[in-house]
Design a protein around this ligand. Structure first.
Ligand code: UD1
Ligand code: UDP
Length: 353
């Protein structure tokens, strides 16, 4: 079989790495990078670290207004699909690259396989929510990381082609956890275990809204712990442009590679984030997580008591830290995101279709 994989943003390189490796054992894969992310630390580093093959095509679309960016990707992917004539188009997650890849395939009547299908925040203001709903409704195979995702799809009438596979991000974490420790990353690691908190901020809802961003920065200033903040360029540019300073306990660093990131997560006391992937990784590492959003797609982390939704509310952020500090963590339920074999299940499902 010939499969075209469309990706373009940081979490997609991580999701694609384990699946691409499994897929290539018996099939031909053509990788199309839309160019949505392009800085070395947002793109190339993941191909180098995770053994993801260099893209066959790079559309170099870059940063643009949402519609223009998605439109240029759509036209670019369509050109590749016309030339390559694949049996399947594989898309990941919920970014503009996901939607563009799915839409291009749909217009050419090429079946779409969606990895990380069925997630919902039920917040239509998020570009990601629109991207994932539309992609799910175009897909022929829908690979769900969680039971909740299967239920969400059923509620929208999508039952055929739905497969509960577990999460490819868990595959990646289980596979690379040891590598991160043994490939020298740990020796270079400058932070003492459990001496700091790890934070990330990049979501549009927090960065497009100045008062939310300020509230988060002010909450960080009230925390009596060092906070390591590998900062997404979107947020870094904003802080610079608006001349917003962070408090002394916050150490801003450039975005890091995956191996360093998962070590930073593992060794953190707590994680504060608005990232989807980082919430799950916190859970897999058994590190308490505080999610600076009003809702989450990864509801099982919250239900389990290991993740707390605080919005962008200063008091709620500080209160959640104290709650974790003052109380024992609840019982841990393993296997919520599968057993590290999601990639194999996905390839088997594609082969049997
Ligand atoms: C995108 C996804 C989001 C995902 C995130 C992962 C959409 C709508 N959003 O958001 O779901 O969580 O990726 O990180 O697709 N920039 C750089 N260098 C880069 C990439 C981006 O400087 O290599 C800056 C640019 O100023 C750009 C901004 O970051 O305008 C935002 O980038 P964009 O890809 O539009 O959205 P993300 O916030 O990264
Ligand atoms: N990540 C990384 N380096 C960083 C920040 C995040 O490797 O500096 C990884 C993180 O471990 C996770 C993924 O990127 O695997 C999450 O991507 P991101 O937060 O950009 O997007 P989201 O998951 O919110 O869509």
């Amino acid at each position: 079989m010939k499969i075209v994989t469309v990706l373009g943003a940081r979490p997609q390189f991580i999701k694609a790495a384990p699946l691409s490796e499994t897929l290539r054992k018996s099939h031909e894969e053509i990788i199309v990078h839309t160019g949505q992310h392009y800085d070395y630390q947002m793109s190339d580093v993941f191909f180098e670290e995770l053994g993801l093959p260099k893209p066959n095509y790079n559309l170099k679309v870059g940063s643009k207004q949402q519609g223009k960016q998605t439109g240029e990707m759509l036209a670019g992917v369509e050109g590749v699909l016309l030339k390559e004539k694949p049996d399947w188009v594989l898309v990941y997650g919920d970014t503009n690259s996901t939607l563009a890849g799915a839409l291009a395939a749909s217009k050419l009547d090429i079946p779409i396989a969606h990895v990380e299908a069925g997630l919902r925040s039920y917040n239509q203001k998020m570009p990601e929510e629109v991207n994932r709903v539309l992609t799910d409704h175009m897909a022929k195979l829908l690979f769900c990381p969680t039971d909740q995702a299967v239920k969400n799809l059923a509620r929208e009438g999508i039952i055929e082609g739905v497969v509960r596979t577990g999460d490819v991000m868990a595959d990646a974490l289980f596979f690379h956890a040891k590598r991160a420790e043994y490939t020298g990353t740990l020796e270079k690691f400058p932070y003492k275990s459990k001496s700091y908190m790890l934070a990330t901020i990049h979501r549009a809802e927090n960065t497009n809204n100045l008062s939310r961003l300020q509230e988060i920065i002010e909450a960080f200033a009230q925390i009596d712990s060092k906070i390591i903040l590998p900062l997404h360029p979107r947020t870094r540019i904003l802080l610079q442009d608006l001349d917003i300073a962070v408090s002394k306990n916050v150490k801003i660093i450039n975005p890091v590679g995956y191996l360093e990131m998962i070590l930073l997560e593992k060794e953190a006391q707590m994680i504060l984030t608005d990232s989807g992937g980082v919430q799950k990784e916190a859970y897999l590492w058994k590190v308490p997580c505080i999610t600076m959003r009003d809702e989450t797609e990864w509801v099982e982390t919250v239900q389990s008591g290991w993740n707390t939704l605080v919005g962008a509310n200063k008091e709620a952020i500080v209160a959640a830290i104290l709650k974790y500090r003052d109380n024992p963590m609840p019982e841990y339920c393993s296997g919520l995101y599968g057993n590290g074999r999601a990639s194999e299940e996905i390839v088997t499902a594609i082969e049997s279709k």
